[in-house]
Write a protein of this length. Structure first.
Length: 364
């Protein structure tokens, strides 16, 4: 889905998260995709808080460093938004053309968006005729606070970059999974010991769950159709704070312990984090299940920085009772050896899903 903008030129995917600037440029070949440019530049703590740019100088410098490190020559970028400033709703409107709907989308947004319509950017995507009422069609309506998008555009322009596509993180993740052919439930191979007793193999849904530093992006799809999306504020920083408290160390030391010596962390802390994380994800799954009893979630595709935690797939399976697979896009994308540490790039693949999905907008 192209949201908020329509672009024709090549773009690089830039993920501006709470902890890092992640940049991806892809090349499309007959055999699939090839990684052309890559950067992962850490941000100072609190440079961005809940999608608000607090330290624009630090963010702009990180963007400059990302461009330099990656070596990309492309100036047009696609970015993603998420969180409380973003509203995504599936609405029903009388069947009409895309051109006619474009003229009235502000009116529709005003009916469904809990913000002043003058304070948001809005866009839509027509899904098709409603299954229960052929007189109306289903439309995905998206609205994001202008100040969030404008702040991102400002720091990007200060780094010499041009924002040509603003997407939603949940849709960028979906785009990556779809383009790499990973959304077919029938292709999922379950271990016999882990398979659930279910008679709905053909009607099952897939949950794309991206767990970052402080936000969980959830996108549940059934037969390739978006059924439920939600952003929740919980993530890797919660684990860091638990480590900090339990071991009486600084936040930076706790973050380093999480990344480099997690085996040394108090096992009770790890269990508490996974219990809380499982509860957060389960809450979204319950919301979905309440209205989709015939199409249960049969598999979770896990991405984001937290997907790098050892055995997180097993920990969540034990708490949710659903198969969990780690989504590493670089298992399906050719990684060029030129100037890149191939193993290091592949090792952090799960945390690069959003910028990968954004970079794929070049080929829509």
């Amino acid at each position: 889905m192209k949201l908020f903008s329509r672009k024709k030129d090549a773009v690089v995917g830039v993920d501006i998260s709470a902890t890092a600037i992640k940049l991806i440029e892809l090349e499309k070949k007959k055999s699939g995709y090839r990684l052309k440019a890559f950067a992962n530049i850490p941000l100072p703590r609190d440079a961005i808080v809940e999608n608000t740019v607090i330290d624009s100088i630090a963010v702009s410098q990180a963007l400059l460093d990302a461009v330099e490190e990656s070596g990309t020559k492309v100036k047009n970028v696609a970015i993603a938004v998420s969180g409380n400033a973003l509203i995504i709703k599936t609405i029903q409107v009388p069947t009409t053309t895309e051109f006619e709907l474009e003229a009235q989308i502000s009116f529709e947004a005003d009916q469904h968006v809990p913000f002043d319509i003058e304070d948001v950017y809005s866009d839509f995507q027509i899904l098709g005729v409603n299954e229960d009422d052929p007189e109306v069609m289903d439309v995905v309506l998206v609205a994001c606070k202008r100040e969030v998008v404008d702040d991102y555009q400002l720091v990007l322009s200060e780094a010499g970059l041009i924002t040509t596509c603003v997407d939603c993180a949940v849709f960028a993740i979906e785009n990556a999974a779809e383009e790499l052919g990973l959304l077919d439930v029938s292709s999922i191979e379950l271990d016999a010991a882990e398979a659930l007793d279910s008679d709905s193999e053909e009607g099952g849904a897939v949950a794309l769950v991206n767990i970052g530093a402080n936000i969980i992006n959830v996108n549940i799809l059934c037969n390739g159709k978006m059924m439920f999306v939600r952003d929740q504020f919980y993530g890797g920083q919660n684990l860091t704070e638990l480590i900090q408290k339990a071991h009486a160390i600084s936040f930076s030391a706790a973050e380093e312990m999480k990344k480099q010596s997690i085996a040394m962390v108090d096992s009770n802390v790890i269990a508490e984090f996974y219990d809380n994380l499982g509860s957060e994800i389960s809450r979204s799954l319950d919301f979905y299940s309440a209205n989709n009893t015939e199409d249960p979630v049969q598999s979770i595709m896990l991405s984001g920085g937290c997907a790098l935690l050892p055995n997180i797939d097993l920990e969540l399976y034990n708490r949710l009772g659903i198969e969990v697979r780690i989504f590493n896009p670089f298992e399906y994308i050719e990684v060029s050896p030129q100037g890149l540490d191939i193993e290091a790039v592949r090792a952090i693949g799960p945390m690069m899903v959003v910028p990968v999905g954004l970079a794929m907008r070049s080929f829509d």
